[in-house]
Design a protein around this ligand. Sequence first.
Ligand code: SF4
Ligand code: SF4
Length: 422
Amino acid sequence: MIKRSFFALSNPGLTCDLLEPDPEAPQKIDVPGLLTLLLPEPLDGTRNRRIRKGDPVLKGQKLLLYDDSTEYAVSPVSGTIKSIDTFTADDVSRLCTRITIEKNTQTSDQIEYPDMETELPFAARHLNQLPGAPPFTRLARTRVPVTTLIIMAADTDLVTTTAQYMGTVHAEALQKGAQLLQQITKVPKVYLVLPDMLHDRVRFDNLTLLPTRSNYPETLPAMIMKNHLEKILPAGTTPEEMGICFIRAEAAVSLARAFDTQAPVFEKCITLVDKNGVRHRIEAVIGTPLSRIFTQLGIRINELDRIVIGGPMQGFATFTPHHPVTPDMDTVLVQDRSQIPSLPDKTCVNCGKCIQICPADVPVNLLIRFLDSGQYEAAADECDLESCIDCGLCAYVCTAQIPLCQYIRLGKHELSKLRIDA
Ligand code: SF4
Ligand code: SF4
């Protein structure tokens, strides 16, 4: 465990943490009696559901809401569905269905898994919920063929080392996973993003390394595209729409494990930083409530403490300590209420710091005026709302402590809703 206070950072010369020289294996969290899965499809009360409260489920069973659903969750245990309800995700962009499953302690039966295929439709139907959240469903929907695959063994926020750990300690599985990914996506070449300081720790034979320095935000996808591929991500587009797929090292490792065992994988690696700045590496089954992890680690959550899912620059606070572990959850931060700065209702003082630090050249001080008054389309047209790469640096340096990232994320979400409605 490494003690490091991420709240003590004081200037924008931010560096990402490097994996320690002899990383310890993650502490395993016991599988709880009640697990919660978040399915990224909202409930529709007018339609006939395939699954209901009281239904038995088997370990490895796919849970789909409706006959034509393409989104699904996979049950990590055999048991019974205790409840199905709507869950408002904390990052405002996801409306989910929450499925709670009570584990059956009498049986370890599991569903018979189909023979593994290295085809994208198969991967989208069966492997999308592996730890590391490989984006197979998204890729299957994208019309642009993938031409470049980039595996991320560098972390995309401060204080976390999950990607570095999975990419270096499990290098052999990662290489096998990279080959499988190449077969599934049919890309000619696979790149691996690895911090340059780790290059002498591990050898990769069939992957082209893209070295990154530890300066934040060099490891964000838009920055990697710019610095290594000389491609600028146009405003409002995703890398996939340009034929570039970023995938977590853990997803590649999980894929190799799934093919090796011919069974789904549920164990997610997470970096958890507690109230004292102590970093824990843990392994928990997808669906485990965070509260279960806190109990096992002896972390007491008091009223008004803050739980952040994600790193300090891009994470979002969750309103419930029972938020479950999800396939894409790399980092959890716990902040004591005494460490949380009160956010006074200040207005912009036009100091210009946000503009100076923004790597995407967004005129942030002007942008928030449009967002503040609900002019989302004008924010996109006049102030490059969609060029923002969500690095969080503007909020970090803001003299007036304006929660700029929340404004910007909400603005993007409202803009996408406006466009869907148009
Ligand atoms: S989060 Fe702020 S600093 Fe970062 S790209 Fe977006 S506007 Fe610029
Ligand atoms: S950093 Fe904050 S106070 Fe300064 S110009 Fe930007 S939004 Fe305004």
